[in-house]
Design a protein around this ligand. Structure first.
Ligand code: F6P
Length: 327
């Protein structure tokens, strides 16, 4: 065990994700298990700069395993992007005797962590928490499973109206740069088509799918649109489809932040618990500058730079079978 590691700080940063609380709990309880003090840093990097830091014990994190959001609150901090902001943050950690950090968040969080851990001598471990599933070095990020379950539940409901009224529905899902939510839920909900940020397929491809769907008398006419795709928002796409096929009645549903809320799924609770424990154990072994992930159901570690810059690839098999199954 590292000699100086006796006070570990934990924070959540970036967009909240279901399962972040389970990860906080895992960090705090592992600290308790190993006889180390844990400190909650509120509102992400902003709270580090503003010294919003409180000691937490094993009981402080009771009954949060099943709750969505994050009890530590979250933010995206512009001040942490400045040298002055990071210096103030470091001084606050020193004031509180914090000598290790676990940061739970996405690529923005780890970009800050990479710079911070180079500038200052505080060991840092990252835990991937984002519904987007867009980090290299882990098969799944915390929150992705829950978000996709929410999307599928919503689409099952939308489908009732789509079929009853013979309407085409465009359902817009999150994922600024990543089509992971869109593609997975397209397969799970039997969508007619899916529009992804990673693909540069022209609108004509979607038109062709609609024509084929009509010819094949498909009653399920759900098209999933990932935000951030190259063609446009779901509303813009719906307008273009209306102009081309005036006889098709279409509606748009933007699921928005519904996807980020609610109790975490069993899979997310287990993932968050495993990654939280692994992050603390790594710090205690003297590791730093790494994101802990899960690859083929095994704990793995990757430097922040690789987790951020490594290219997550679209699941080609899911893409292929989504086309096969929407025949
Ligand atoms: O990164 C998570 C995410 O939910 C993205 O999918 C989405 O584009 C973005 O955050 C929305 O951010 P905000 O809640 O700040 O609008």
């Amino acid at each position: 065990m590292s000699k100086t590691m006796n006070n570990i700080g934990v924070l959540t940063s970036g967009g909240d994700a279901p399962g972040m609380n389970a990860a906080i709990r895992a960090v705090v309880r592992s600290c308790s298990f190993y006889g180390v003090s844990a400190f909650g840093i509120y509102e992400g990097y902003k709270g580090m700069i503003e010294n919003q830091i409180t000691e937490l014990d094993a009981r402080s994190v009771k009954s949060i395993l099943q709750r969505g959001g994050t009890i530590l609150k979250s933010s995206r901090s512009p001040d942490f992007k400045t040298v002055k902001g990071r210096k103030t943050a470091y001084e606050n950690l020193k004031k509180n005797d914090i000598n290790g950090l676990v940061l739970i968040g996405g690529d923005g969080t780890f970009t800050g962590a990479k710079i911070f851990s180079k500038e200052f001598d505080i060991p840092v471990m990252g835990v991937p928490g984002t519904i987007d599933n867009d980090l290299f070095g882990t098969d799944y990020t915390i929150g992705f499973d829950t978000a996709t379950n929410v999307v599928v539940e919503c689409i099952d409901k939308i489908r009732d109206t789509a079929e009853s009224h013979n309407r085409l529905f465009f359902v817009e899902v999150m994922g600024r740069d990543s089509g992971a939510i869109a593609l997975r839920t397209a397969v799970a909900s039997g969508a007619l088509d899916v529009v992804l940020p990673e693909e540069t397929a022209p609108l004509e491809d979607l038109f062709a799918e609609l024509v084929k769907g009509e010819a094949n008398q498909k009653t399920n006419k759900i098209v999933i649109v990932a935000e951030g795709n190259a063609i446009g928002s779901s509303l813009e796409i719906a307008e273009k489809v209306k102009a081309k096929f005036p006889h098709i009645e279409s509606k748009v549903t933007i699921l928005g932040h519904l996807q980020r809320g609610g109790p975490p799924s069993c899979a997310d609770r287990v993932l968050a618990s495993r990654l939280g424990v692994a992050a603390v154990e790594a710090l205690l072994k003297g590791e730093s500058g790494l994101m802990v992930g899960l690859i083929n159901d095994q704990i793995s570690y990757l430097p922040f730079a690789e987790a951020i810059n490594g290219k997550t690839r679209l699941n080609e098999e899911l893409l292929r079978i989504s086309k096969v199954l929407s025949v």
